[in-house]
Design a protein around this ligand. Structure first.
Ligand SMILES: [Zn+2]
Ligand SMILES: [Zn+2]
Length: 214
């Protein structure tokens, strides 16, 4: 039985999720800022052993804490192949956006497949470019849950307006990916976004204002 816990960290209030199994092994999803805080709040007190990190996309607020875990636990960060370059420019973007304390990851494993299975953790990968080129939603079927990063939020969708940073092809590409790929998931799937509160696929299909009129 898998367990999902959330912590919200950093200047962008990004949601980092820790998915753990009964053997106290865990996967970190979007290890953003304040890695020591994530470690001290969710990992050390629960006696968990991190075995890998998965990024929904390569933006600095979602991967900026990965290096701490790369080094402390000797675990890699999985990033979609099309976002590896972005992830390797986290320090650059941190300077541009004046967000200190963010570093480039030191060990990245590029992914470009329909699924990733690590020990007891099986994710289907739904590639949803638009916000970034390598933006993905990570479907954890065992928990009827999907981690949507900055693709889909409660009642809104990801930004596509910041030159260089939102490099995924634009608003229409993003809307199309959500409607034709992400919305193929079962309607009662719980959506755990990169920012803000959780929702469901059905709720967003019916009520998300950013999708209703496109
Ligand atoms: Zn983003
Ligand atoms: Zn974000």
């Amino acid at each position: 039985m898998l367990d999902i816990r959330r912590i919200t960290v950093g200047a962008w209030q990004i949601n980092c999720y820790v998915v753990s199994d009964e053997n106290k092994r865990c996967i970190l999803i979007d290890p953003g800022e304040d890695p020591a805080g994530i470690d001290e709040e969710l990992i050390i007190p629960a006696g968990l052993t991190p075995i890998a990190m998965l990024a929904t996309h390569g933006h600095l607020d979602h991967i900026g804490g990965a290096r701490y875990f790369n080094e402390k636990y000797a675990i890699p960060l999985y990033v979609h192949a099309d976002d590896v370059q972005l992830a390797n420019h986290a320090t650059y973007w941190a300077e541009v956006l004046r967000t200190p304390g963010i570093t480039n990851p030191s060990q990245i494993v590029p992914y470009d497949s329909d699924s990733i299975t690590i020990e007891n953790f099986a994710f289907d990968i739904v590639h949803t470019p638009g916000h970034t080129a390598g933006g993905c939603c990570l479907h954890l079927k065992d928990k009827a849950s999907v981690f949507t990063g900055d693709t889909l939020f409660f009642h809104t969708i990801g930004r596509t307006d910041r030159p260089g940073l939102d490099s995924g092809g634009g608003h229409e590409v993003l809307v199309n990916a959500i409607k034709t790929r992400l919305f193929k998931l079962p309607g009662d799937t719980i959506v755990y976004p990169g920012h803000g509160i959780h929702t469901t696929i059905d709720h967003e299909r019916e009520h998300n204002p950013a999708l209703l009129f496109d």
